[in-house]
Unconditional design. Structure first.
Length: 611
């Protein structure tokens, strides 16, 4: 008779598991600016150590790849070695028995093809292109390049007004971003190596909540130049703000009744209260910017008329037109777009969804905004239908969990098929085809495919389409502004030369993106326009960054913000997020490792900020 025993990890296994977790944290915290050849060699060594050694491609091939990469890093490689690396990686990828060898070779192969210039730089000049300087990870990943360690240090010294001044040097929408920024800066925070990333956005909000009214810096002497900004969203107003500080006369032309763009007409007030948005707008307009609201380019005024009256034009019209699903019944009564719904809410004309069954189609942040807003508008039930898996949704995880916590349903792996209605053409149901996970697409997400199952009927009274936004390009295309795949082609320099003095940026160039990316585009456009007009103004701030505290910073937990209870918050549009307490802000700000001082070359020591 055999005996069964419970297998428990021995000490060696426990240590190995701990080492794996340490490696995972270091990979997560891997900063931008690293040598891709060095990174490929390091990961290759790790993969080689994981192999079982049973097949030749892994046991021998990965070792040979490692030797070749080391030759390149040591400055002893040749272009023949580079060809051999590519050939060897292809052979291993196609012949290895397990995923360890296949994926390791695929990683090296992608690096050779994607960073060929870096390999050639090592071979010919014995140096790395990425070793010129090491950027601070959070600053490098912030599209606007805000001095994050600097303002966190100011917060830790309770200098909140100075923190706001420092942020505003690179981002005039301080309060708005403190509420809604997707905080890409946290993705590679070096604190991940110790415990968890700094809660950067929450600290920014604590600063703006306690700074009071912080005046903008004085404008430079008037230059006599006039710049027209087409679009009063975050991108256009950021460009207007910096151009006004540089001394140029700036006029903004906005199609809607109020300024703010998608900050006002795309983000519900439970995430960004309108009075907080107005704080940023008042600061920006205090520079003397002239505003024309309710003016549509191509209808109320033409692009040639604006061009004749101004020295320069910046097109920042955003992406605010509807996108259709393209299914049967989409024109029935009760089908609306996310843009239409959120614009009505932004203007204060709240739709009445009481006792209505609402279905939202989409999986991004806009879809989550519509889903959670519909619940607040009195909907009897709200279901978000998405054709991929929940893990593939592009919405922020906090938004998804927030919607679920408020009683909304998320129906994944169902693709809209058709919309049915009654004899009066009112919506009665959305029919959806169940999906199955398929091969990876070019973006690295599994492509959904129709499953061998019958369509599902989802009863509803309202359908909100939130699958993206388009660009209204016709008035600009008629004037000769280059359009490519539905967006303005700002890189088509030869075409833009024919309409000298016209610049473009933001969502109308990149497609729908984040608020902070639109702000960054406006900031860059302001610098380019200033140079085009014959100037080289510098935006500076006389804020002295506190010296580094030599504190012991042991591993500890990250302080997260809390929200009002779901039962309370899903009945109104009041702000749902609670800010940090003073104790929490001080604790969280002191967790910063001050990467601007330790280990990096371009942000060390005290300095006056400028760009």
């Amino acid at each position: 008779m055999s005996r069964l025993s419970i297998i428990t990890p021995n000490k060696a296994q426990t240590v190995v598991e701990g080492l794996y977790r340490d490696v995972e944290r270091r990979i997560i915290a891997s900063p931008p600016g690293l040598c891709p050849v060095d990174m490929a060699a390091a990961f290759l060594k790790l993969c080689h150590a994981q192999t079982c050694g049973k097949c030749v491609p892994c046991r021998v091939g990965l070792g040979q790849l490692q030797v070749l990469l080391e030759r390149v890093l040591d400055g002893k490689g040749s272009e023949e070695d580079l060809q051999l690396i590519e050939k060897t990686a292809r052979v291993i990828k196609n012949s290895a028995d397990c995923a360890i060898g296949t994926e390791a070779a695929e990683m090296v192969l992608r690096g050779v093809l994607g960073f060929r210039d870096d390999y050639l730089e090592h071979i010919h000049n014995k140096r790395c292109l990425f070793n010129i300087y090491q950027p601070v990870p959070c600053v490098a990943l912030c599209p606007a390049n805000v001095d994050i360690p600097g303002y966190i240090a100011l917060i830790s010294h309770e200098r909140y007004a100075d923190a706001v001044r420092l942020i505003r040097k690179d981002n005039p929408f301080v309060t708005s971003c403190a509420m809604v920024c997707e905080h890409p800066c946290e993705a590679r925070c070096r604190r991940n190596m110790v415990d968890d990333a700094i809660n950067i956005r929450a600290l920014k909000r604590y600063a703006v909540d306690h700074a009071g009214v912080v005046p903008v810096p004085p404008c430079a002497e008037p230059t006599g130049k006039k710049v027209a900004i087409l679009g009063g969203g975050p991108g256009g107003l950021s460009a207007a703000y910096y151009l006004a500080l540089m001394g140029h006369h700036v006029e903004v032309f906005e199609k809607n009744k109020k300024l703010g763009g998608m900050l006002r007409y795309g983000i519900p007030s439970y995430r960004l209260p309108r009075e907080r948005l107005d704080e940023d707008l008042e600061a920006i307009l205090s520079t003397g910017i002239t505003v024309h609201t309710g003016v549509e380019v191509g209808k109320d005024v033409t692009l040639p008329q604006i061009k004749d009256a101004f020295d320069c034009i910046y097109i920042s019209i955003g992406a605010q037109s509807d996108k259709k699903i393209g299914i049967e019944g989409e024109d029935k009564r009760g089908v609306m777009s996310a843009v239409q719904m959120l614009r009505s809410i932004g203007d204060g004309a709240l739709p009445d969804f009481r006792k209505k069954r609402v279905v939202v189609v989409g999986g991004g942040n806009v879809a989550m905004d519509c889903t959670r807003s519909a619940k607040r508008l009195g909907a009897e039930s709200v279901t978000c239908v998405y054709r991929r898996r929940k893990v593939d949704m592009t919405a922020l995880p906090d938004e998804i969990e927030g919607a679920l916590g408020e009683g909304c349903e998320i129906m994944c792996m169902h693709a809209p098929l058709r919309i049915s209605g009654d004899e009066d053409d009112n919506v009665t149901a959305l029919w959806a085809q169940p999906q199955i996970v398929g091969p990876m697409d070019s973006g690295g997400r599994p492509r959904p495919m129709p499953a061998d199952a019958p369509p599902v009927r989802i009863p509803c009274d309202i359908i909100i389409v939130a699958i993206g936004q388009g660009i209204e390009t016709q008035p600009f295309e008629e004037y000769g502004v280059p359009i490519k795949r539905g967006v303005i082609d700002a890189m088509a320099s030869s075409d833009f030369e024919n309409i000298d003095g016209v610049f473009a940026g933001g969502d109308c160039v990149t497609g729908p993106a984040t608020v902070i990316r639109a702000i960054a585009a406006g900031k860059v456009a302001a610098a380019n326009i200033d140079e085009y007009l014959g100037f080289n103004h510098q935006i500076t701030v006389d804020v002295e960054i506190p010296p580094v505290r030599l504190n012991v910073m042991p591993a500890g937990g990250r302080v997260n913000t809390t929200e009002r209870s779901a039962g309370e918050r899903n009945h109104d549009f009041n702000l749902i997020e609670c800010g940090l307490t003073h104790e929490e802000a001080m604790q969280e700000s002191c967790r910063c490792l001050r990467c601007d001082h330790y280990g990096y070359g371009n942000f060390k020591g005290g300095r006056v900020e400028k760009w």
